[in-house]
Each structure stands twice: as C-alpha cells, then as structure tokens.
Design a protein around this ligand. Structure first.
Ligand code: PMP
Length: 435
C-alpha cells in the first residue's frame, strides 16, 4: 500500500519532491520517536520532521494545547491574544538574561525562509546599507533571496540564484579548512581574511547591512563553526557596527543542548532567526528576535497574512514549558554523548568514516575516500537505505550528500539511541559488503 501511494503521488507531484525519493515511505501516523507506514511497518525517526519535532511526534501536552486553542481562535493576524502574549514571554525567555530586555520579537510567517528574509530586510532598513555577507556551504532557504545567501552551489546554479550585493566567505570548517590550513597554526586566518576584505580601502567590499551564518551548518553537512572564528567575527562586526545575524532555524529551540547555539559560542548576536521547532508540534511558526536598536521598521514595513497561528503559539507554550520541566536540554547533552560514541565506533568498520561531528542532537558522520578525500556519496546513500530497511530514518547532507545526518527528537531515550546505534552499525556493515 505504501508503494502504491508513493507511485501515485510521484505521478502527480512536482519532481522537486525530496524526502520520498531517498526515503520511499508513505506514512499514516506517528507517535513519539516512531512513525508507521501504510503497511504497518514502524520506523525509528531520527530525522524528526527535519529537526522540527523537539518532543517527537504528537507530544501529548502540545497536542492537547493546540486542540484546545483550535476551538477558541485559530487565526489571529497580528492582533494581540492571550496565547500570543504567553508565547512571546516564553520565546523571549529562551534568550540569556542579558539579552532579553533589549530584544524585540517579530512574527514572520510562517517558514524559516520567511524569517531569514525578514532579518535581511530589517538589517537593510536599520543600516541603510545593501551588501550581505554569507558563507560557503551555508543554507538559509529556498526562496530567491534566501537561496542567494545559500552557499550550496548545486542548488543555485539552475535558477541563477544570485541577488546583487551578496558576498561569500569561507566557512570556518577546521576539519577541512577551505584555506588549506591546520587548526593549531592557522591563527584564525579565515577571520583575518574577512577583516581585510571589510577594511581594505582599495578593493575591499562596501560595509554590509549584515553578516549571516549558521553556527552549525545543517544542510551543508553538520559543520560546527570554529569558536575562535565566531568570537573574532563578533568583535569585528561590533567594531564596524555590522549586525550579526545567526540563523538558528535548525540549531535553535534546544537542538544543540542549549536553547540557542550562540550561547555555547559565548557571543550575543544582533538578530536570531528561529523557526522549525518553535511550536514543537510541527505547526508552522517563525520569528526573528533582534536588538531593539535595529527596530527601525515603519508600521506595516514587513507584513504577512499567516503570522498569527494561535494553535502554533499554544503548542509552543506547552513545548517550552515541558522542555524546562522535564530537563530536556540535559537529555540532549546526555543522548548526544551516547550517540556520538556509537558514531565514533563506526570508525572500527571502515577507514571511510572521515569525521564524526556536531553539537547536541545535531550529529553527522562524514563518509569519504581516505585517499582522495572525495565524498563517499554512494556509500552514504546505501547506508541510508540499509538503515531504513532495518527501521531507522536518517538523512543525508553535505558536499555531494556524503554526510549521514541525525536529528533525533530532543526527548529520545537511551534505549532508542541504543537501537539507532545498533542499526547504523549493521547498516554500514551491509552497505560496505554490497558489491
Ligand atoms: N535556515 C536553515 C539553517 C535551515 O536549516 C532551513 C531549513 N532546512 C531554513 C533556513 C529554511 O527553512 P524553511 O524550510 O522552513 O523555509
């Protein structure tokens, strides 16, 4: 039955569909960390709706809160409502104390890409400047402007996805340094390089409206930015009065073991973009949180019809409360350690495990040829297929999809991580044994 539905849908749906191509699943229902297909097969979901489901599928409290809210008020445009009031408090409450009182929230609607676009517009308005600095390998969305910031070249080429004034710089990926340097002797040359480009009176680039980056590149292959680079970037952008935007669409709302990844880098950004896991339930929600100095928008300067999904707010309130009450951030750190051990053990099976990395429950295994360093894309695709056949859903990403990516629910259990670890090992062994 799953196969029939997959086939029927593929005849009618645009060829841009993504997940079902690699994960041939038609799903009927889900609960917690598990999804069930139309034929009753059950899978452990370590993709979590692309990092959306903090508490797994259909978490009881957010679900009940959304149900109650649906009976009361569904769509609120941007009018104040009691549930939006509570959601605002709790969302701002995810920020460190020192930032909270000077932070404004803007409800964008309703996707991550919408919120990134809002951040760009805000920074352009506030600074009166146009240029934007983004990073190679980054991902910020699929709309034209966000695609222009995306440093994944294959996705942009067919649509000539380039907005004027966007400049790309090397991302501080020390395992595979884009400048060909070694971490202990590099002197954070990537930051110096950027600094020179911004301050060089002859041939540098104009002062930009914003610098935007992911602190862990997700789609780009689960690459945590080098902390020394991030600190230097913060100093530099502060000295030059350039707003620093962190795209925490994927890293935010607890995914990395703190509410936001920037906390672990010891910096305070000017704009934080959050979406995916914000409602916890998979209902669309997206916000930007920004320093009040940037609050220069005229009334109506950035509108949108779907900025007031009350059920998403209700679910978000229940999710944030549950994450706090149940110590979920500590669980993220513990489960991340446990899963990382399993991933590191995969090195014992093959020398094609080039790197194991991530932050919190955003983890990746890079598979590459040990001699040429080329991504082992075929092997990665085989591992994903073998894992699915054994009941585990994982995703691929990075250069030529050579990285196995895992985004389990933040409340996943030690037992579920053991199951995933065992399946991954078996899947890699089977993929290696394939002709
Ligand atoms: N930024 C980042 C870092 C993302 O990972 C994504 C989605 N993968 C987006 C932006 C775009 O979000 P959406 O798909 O909701 O537009």
């Amino acid at each position: 039955r799953s196969a029939q539905l997959l086939e029927r849908q593929s005849r009618r749906e645009s060829s841009a569909r993504t997940y079902p191509r690699r994960l041939p699943l038609a799903i009927r229902r889900a609960s917690g960390s598990f999804v069930e297909d139309l034929d009753g097969n059950v899978f452990l979901d370590f993709l979590s709706g692309a990092g959306v489901l903090s508490l797994g599928h259909n978490p009881p409290e957010p679900l009940a809160a959304a149900h109650r809210q649906l009976d009361e008020l569904v769509h609120g445009l941007d009018f104040p409502t009691p549930v939006k009031d509570e959601f605002t408090d709790l969302t701002l409450g995810m920020l460190p104390d020192a930032m909270r009182d000077r932070t404004k929230i803007h409800f964008c609607g309703p996707t991550g890409a919408n919120a990134v676009e809002a951040a760009l517009k805000l920074c352009r308005t506030a600074t009166g400047r146009e240029e934007i600095i983004a990073f190679q390998g980054g991902f910020h969305g699929s709309t034209l402007a966000t695609l222009s910031l995306t440093g994944l070249v294959e996705q942009k080429a067919p649509v000539r996805g380039r907005m004027p004034g966007v400049h790309f710089f090397p991302y501080p990926h020390c395992h595979d340094c884009p400048l060909g340097l070694k971490r202990d002797t590099c002197a954070v040359n990537c930051a110096t390089y950027l600094e020179r480009a911004l301050t060089d009176p002859n041939g540098g680039i104009p002062l930009p409206a914003a610098v935007i980056l992911e602190l862990v590149q997700g789609e780009g292959g689960v690459i945590p930015a080098d902390p020394a680079f991030v600190r230097r970037l913060r100093e530099l952008t502060r000295a030059l009065d350039i707003p620093l935007v962190v795209d925490e669409v994927q890293t935010g709302c607890g995914r990395t073991g703190t509410w936001f990844a920037f906390e672990q880098y010891g910096i305070e950004p000017d704009v934080v973009v959050a979406s995916k896991a914000l409602s916890g339930l998979g209902l669309p929600a997206a916000v930007i949180l920004y320093d009040e100095r940037l609050d220069t928008w005229a009334p109506g300067a950035h509108t949108g019809t779907f900025r007031g999904n009350q059920a998403a707010f209700a679910a978000g309130v229940a999710t944030i409360k549950a994450v706090r009450r149940d110590g979920i951030l500590a669980n993220v750190r513990d489960r991340a350690e446990q899963l990382t051990r399993h991933l590191a053990d995969l090195r014992g099976l093959t020398d094609r495990v080039a790197d194991v990395r991530g932050l919190g429950l955003m983890l990746g295994v890079e598979l590459a040829d040990p001699v040429t360093g080329r991504p082992a894309s075929d092997l990665a695709a085989r591992v994903q297929r073998e894992a699915l056949q054994r009941g585990l859903i994982i995703e691929l990403g990075g250069r030529e999809d050579g990285v196995l990516r895992m985004l389990p629910p933040l409340n996943c259990t030690a037992e579920e991580v053991e199951i995933a670890g065992r399946i991954l090992r078996e899947a890699l062994a089977a993929a290696l044994a394939a002709p």
